[in-house]
Design a protein around this ligand. Structure first.
Ligand code: SF4
Length: 146
């Protein structure tokens, strides 16, 4: 197995970072993650990548270093709990832009447990391609404008 090369200060890194919430308990958290991935696919990995949200409060060095080196830090949250923005801020960083899908694209949160024992669907039936697209466009715009 190839030896893992840890990132160190001064090495090349992604120009911008997205920190996205990813709660799999609701349509909003899933849409945040999918839209963030679509934004990276569109803009390319030199321009932007998704940061490891859970690594920030743990102080994982390469993630902290890449976040410090990023030109812009964009947070993407599904709902007003704003898990990504709060985690980023509590870890000592100030997001350049915070996107909240319920607020910014008018998404309605649907928690998936509600349908257990009733009309429970398969996961992707709870996700709207149109909302993923709208959220992706907002993320891309935020990165291109900063
Ligand atoms: S911001 Fe809302 S949707 Fe996202 S992980 Fe937190 S509770 Fe879930």
């Amino acid at each position: 197995m190839a030896e893992e090369k840890h990132w160190e200060e001064g090495m090349k890194t992604h120009e911008n970072l997205i920190f996205s919430c990813f709660g799999g308990l609701s349509n909003t958290g899933i849409t945040s993650a999918l839209a963030s991935m679509e934004a990276v696919k569109e803009l390319g990995l030199e321009k932007v990548a998704i940061g490891c949200l859970g690594a920030l409060p743990l102080g994982v060095k390469p993630v902290i270093g890449k976040t410090r080196a990023a030109k812009n830090v964009i947070t993407v949250d599904g709902c007003p709990f704003e898990c990504a923005r709060k985690t980023v801020e509590q870890s000592g960083f100030t997001p350049t832009k915070s996107i909240v899908l319920v607020r910014d694209i008018g998404m309605k949160k649907k928690t998936l447990h509600e349908d257990i024992g009733g009309d429970i669907k398969t996961l992707m039936d709870y996700i709207s391609d149109d909302e993923v697209q709208k959220a992706k466009e907002l993320i891309v715009k935020a990165i291109m404008e900063t």
